[in-house]
Design a binder for this molecule. Structure first.
Ligand SMILES: [Mg+2]
Length: 383
């Protein structure tokens, strides 16, 4: 579902000149304070589509000649585009108020495509403007309204419907940004789920992963010990994990374990999405009797796997010990994470179980998401 910010132009993006109310020359073009930096933050940090909706009384008549309008208008758009701020649509109504055009704000004649297209989530969209008519437009669209103006002013609202849509009254784009940031996260935090269907000649794998689950596991890899280890991952990472594998176990367990690592890594990469708000780093020290396992993870976007764990036995359960490192390397390559694993101890079963549990706990820390602060945990701007 797409959310939209329907943004008014005069008095909202640029200063509305007194008396004439027309920006009809370059001299009259002046941006509203702080609007550019905040629109830039809004488009880079939130999932809103920007749409401009403006009434330009008598545009194209002698009262407002075309050229006088387009020169400052295009200059404004160029400045915004230079900062990466672009509108997917610009709707301009040219009528005078007395003409009662169905396209003129607050009427919605120009905006039918949003009303009729069920892909648009208008209930979580906003009209931002400096007049009561902008709030009326919000009411007519079934959206919410942000009034750009002083909250202390004696506003007279025409009816209750308009009063109900008001989400914020503020003259300050910093405040509008802060408000939208919290609103966009609380109204619809992105689900962190992924489904993978991976088929080769050697294995068929289906995975459903929910990073915000509560530890439910439904596992069938055909290898009992492997299922037991993956169950630990779901439980201790507090994720919901469903894995169904049909592998060529009549040959050996190699492909089943390796391909499960690949598919699980892919599922994590997809479910993490844009990684906004996550801790990114996680680590855990896990003791189990005489054993100590240490796992650190970084969902950095760059694969690397350090494995310092020696096993003397060839198998634990029916799982070959040489495949443990192979599983984690495959996971790291496909989740694009840095994974650092060490273990010391005597009992082979303790050692591998401690590793899987420590891995799960480190993952739990790294994927934790703070919905109040959806920054990207990187100075580079991408993970
Ligand atoms: Mg306006």
């Amino acid at each position: 579902m797409k959310k939209v910010l329907f943004i008014d132009r005069d008095g909202t993006l640029i200063i509305e000149p007194p008396v004439t109310f027309q920006v009809d020359s370059l001299e009259k073009l002046e941006f509203y304070p702080k609007v550019i930096r905040n629109l830039h933050k809004i488009i880079t940090e939130m999932d809103y589509e920007l749409v401009m909706v403006t009434n330009q009384d008598g545009l194209g008549t002698p009262a407002f000649p075309e050229d006088d309008f387009w020169l400052p208008h295009n200059k404004m758009l160029n400045v915004l585009a230079g900062e990466g701020i672009e509108f997917t649509q610009i709707h301009i109504d040219r009528s005078f108020e007395h003409e009662n055009s169905p396209n003129r704000k607050p009427r919605t004649g120009m905006l039918k495509e949003y009303i009729q297209n069920p892909q648009y989530d208008l209930a979580n969209s906003f009209v931002i403007g400096d007049r009561i008519t902008d709030l009326q437009l919000a009411a007519n669209l079934g959206a919410k309204g942000i009034l750009v103006g002083e909250p202390t002013r004696d506003w007279v609202f025409p009816n209750e419907k308009v009063e109900e849509v008001i989400a914020l009254i503020s003259p300050d784009w910093d405040e509008i940004y802060d408000f939208l940031k919290i609103e966009s996260q609380v109204s619809a935090p992105l689900e962190r789920v992924a489904s993978i269907n991976r088929k080769t000649n050697e294995t068929q794998i289906q995975i459903h992963l929910n990073l915000d689950g509560d530890g439910k596991a439904d596992l069938s890899t055909g290898i009992g010990f492997f299922d037991h280890m993956l169950e630990q991952v779901a439980k201790h990472a507090k994720i919901d994990l469903q894995i169904m594998v049909k592998g060529d176990l009549h040959i050996d367990q190699h492909h089943t374990i390796e391909d499960t690592g690949i598919a699980l890594g892919e599922a994590f990469l997809r479910a993490l999405g844009n990684k906004r708000g996550i801790e990114r780093y996680g680590h855990f020290l896990l003791p189990m009797d005489e054993t100590l396992a240490q796992v650190a993870i970084d969902f950095s976007g760059r694969p690397w796997c350090i494995w310092q764990a020696e096993f003397r036995r060839e198998k634990v359960g029916e799982m070959p010990t040489e495949m443990f490192s192979h599983f984690f390397k495959s996971f790291s390559d496909n989740a694009k994470c840095n994974l650092n694993i060490k273990v010391e101890g005597e009992n082979e079963h303790h050692k591998i179980e401690a590793i899987f549990k420590a891995f799960a706990r480190a993952v739990r820390m790294a994927i934790r998401r703070d919905l109040e602060n959806m920054d990207l945990p990187s100075t580079k701007g991408v993970l």
